[in-house]
Design a protein around this ligand. Structure first.
Ligand code: NAD
Ligand code: LMR
Ligand code: MN
Length: 551
């Protein structure tokens, strides 16, 4: 058999997405790096490459084809990919991230081309965890890890190893929004098996072909993973994404006081929803202390949101008991009471008493609860499409001037309602945010802008601020500071103003958010390294999608 000898030659450079510049390698670089003659002779600028790549992107007929084109570019040349994305953030966000990322997860086996520099941890080989992370990092200085076990991908349930694409997608948004160096990030899939029978039966499925592992064996793998991750990348932030309801909070509670870490579905979502509510109250000129908050879908996100709002109410001077009186949690069982069966630990903090209602036994569905409670804020994280019906919304809107309504379930096909319907059903009074991007709504001569109530507005700035300030942990004080960071960006005096800033300003406000987060860390002396200037720390860390000289 012939021997393959690996040396630093043209192939290894042109196939390394962190180094590759393609036709932008200069004559001198081509000579120094052994690339002479391996590329067409014309040397292009990154702007010329970007124009060419965008034309190719536009020529693709479907959104999935567009995504595949962008993923190929990402796999070949990270700098060019981000240069292009920088110019088209609003257009690319739904393609590289939610909602089209959902299609690529569903079709991962069929369209698989490249592991995208992710680490694939297997529950069946705990002894390989350290080597797995080390190999995938391949000597890079990792500062940010996004890990998923894919038990709860968006609202689509269990997608096994296919879910790795959400980790890759979240990281793309980090770089595009906040400017983390793409060579300093690592997406991780924890393949704990899958309960998705369709995948188990699919001969093309690429993950472990067995049922999902739970309990001690699972937590042991998580422990080993965290240990290896911290050992290999001691300066890194660990971001948890799309874990199942039974594990997400347990894992967060285990590590949140020990290392720099957060759960995006619990905390990132809590942040964006509180920021959206504060934005809405800015428009309606109401106080958060006068709100009755109904969470429909009291799972990972629903309870993360409730806890973040709870914190805000307590900072506004309410006791914990008083603050709790503002919440109504509704799940499959209907309104959650203290004697409801199968409550999760997170739900137990937000239950009501049957004696509060004359018809408690009838409060088994959203419509009955809305009638009985008259909420002023209604948040959907239920994964149940179309459940915010016209009659429910009209009932809610009959008892409050400016109903705050956030149907947040993703992707598009799972949303509790469409922005356009909510505006119409409430005669333009609803203050709306949706999980995926929504078009402006024209109604009776007013253009309503719809905020994107997606944690992507918050986690890049949050994470980048934590990394830049070398934070030891993330605490509630820093989270709260971050929730208030987006105020003032939207002109609330304009009719139809959005409750959250637009994605077109994502880069701008992610920077502000990062600075506020870093400042909070420094103020509390939670930084590992001696840092005093938050703005400088953020600026120094920021990566720009421009080619650097290769030596
Ligand atoms: N926009 C965002 O930023 C954002 C962030 C996180 C999650 N989400 C979305 O929220 C949804 C939930 O995500 P999660 O991580 O909390 O999942 P989860 O599984 O932890 O929670 C979903 C909850 O909905 C409940 N539910 C299911 N059917 C119901 C019904 N008929 N009536 C009432 N409740 C019902 C479940 O019992 C569960 O408690 C997903 O669609 C996800 O995409 C959006
Ligand atoms: O991924 C998203 O679009 C937001 C959120 O983390 C979700 O799970 O839905
Ligand atoms: Mn998520």
């Amino acid at each position: 058999m012939e021997e393959l000898i690996m040396t630093q030659n043209a192939d290894t450079i042109l196939n390394n997405p962190f180094l590759n510049k393609g036709t932008a390698f200069t004559k001198a670089e081509r000579q120094a790096l052994g690339l002479t003659g391996t590329l067409p002779s014309n040397v292009q600028t990154i702007d010329e490459q970007t124009t060419q790549a965008y034309a190719q992107f536009q020529s693709k007929a479907t959104r999935l084809e567009k995504r595949i084109f962008l993923m190929n570019l990402f796999n070949e040349n990270r700098t060019l990919f981000y240069h292009l994305m920088d110019e088209h953030v609003v257009e690319f966000m739904p393609i590289v991230y939610d909602p089209v990322v959902a299609d690529s997860i569903e079709q991962y086996n069929e369209i698989f081309l490249d592991p995208q520099n992710a680490a694939f941890v297997s529950v069946d080989a705990p002894e390989d965890i350290e080597a797995t992370l080390k190999n995938a990092a391949s000597g890079r200085d990792i500062r940010l890890v996004v890990v998923t076990d894919a038990e709860g991908i968006l609202g689509m349930g269990d997608w096994g190893v296919n879910g790795v694409d959400i980790a890759v997608g979240k990281l793309m948004v980090y770089t595009a929004a906040a400017g983390i160096d793409p060579s300093q990030v690592l997406p991780v899939s924890i393949d704990a098996g899958t309960n998705n029978q369709k995948l188990l039966d699919d001969p093309l499925y690429l993950g472990n072909r067995h049922k999902r592992v739970y309990g001690d064996q699972y937590y042991d793998v998580i422990d080993k993973f965290v240990e290896a991750e911290q050992k290999l990348f001691p300066e890194s932030l660990l971001h948890w994404e799309d874990f199942g309801r039974s594990n997400a909070q347990v894992i967060l509670d285990k590590y949140k006081d020990k290392i720099a870490t957060f759960n995006d579905d619990i905390q990132g979502t809590g942040m964006v929803v509180l920021a959206g509510i504060l934005g809405a109250l800015n428009i309606s000129k109401e106080s958060i202390k006068d709100q009755k908050i109904l969470s429909f879908g009291a799972g990972t996100a629903g309870m993360g949101i409730a806890n973040q709002i709870m914190d805000e109410l307590m900072q506004a001077g309410l006791t914990e008991e008083e603050a709790k009186q503002h919440f109504y949690a509704v799940d499959k069982q209907g309104l959650l009471f203290d004697d409801t069966e199968d409550l999760t630990p997170a739900q137990k903090n937000f239950t009501r008493q049957r004696s509060e209602f004359s018809n408690a036994d009838e409060l088994t569905n959203l419509e009955a609860v809305v009638k009985a409670v008259h909420p002023t804020v209604m948040i959907g994280t239920s994964t149940q499409p179309g459940t915010f019906t016209e009659s429910i919304i009209k009932e809610m809107a009959a008892h409050t001037d400016r109903p705050i309504i956030f149907p947040l379930s993703n992707p598009t096909k799972l949303a509790e309602a469409k922005a356009e319907d909510l505006i119409k059903w409430t005669d333009g009074r609803a203050l709306v945010a949706t999980g995926i991007p929504a078009d402006d709504v024209e109604y009776k001569g007013v253009t309503y802008q719809i905020g994107q109530g997606n944690n992507a507005l918050m986690y890049p700035g949050l994470g980048f601020g934590l990394i830049a300030s070398t934070a030891k942990v993330l605490n509630s004080e820093t989270l709260s500071a971050a929730c208030h960071a987006l105020g003032g960006i939207v002109d609330t005096s304009k009719p139809g103003a959005a409750v959250l800033p637009p994605v077109s300003k994502l880069t701008e406000f992610s920077q502000t958010l990062a600075e506020i987060v870093a400042q909070s860390v420094i103020d509390q002396k939670l930084n590992k390294e001696p840092i005093s200037d938050a703005k400088k720390a953020v600026a120094d860390m920021k990566w720009f999608p421009e080619y650097k000289t290769i030596k």
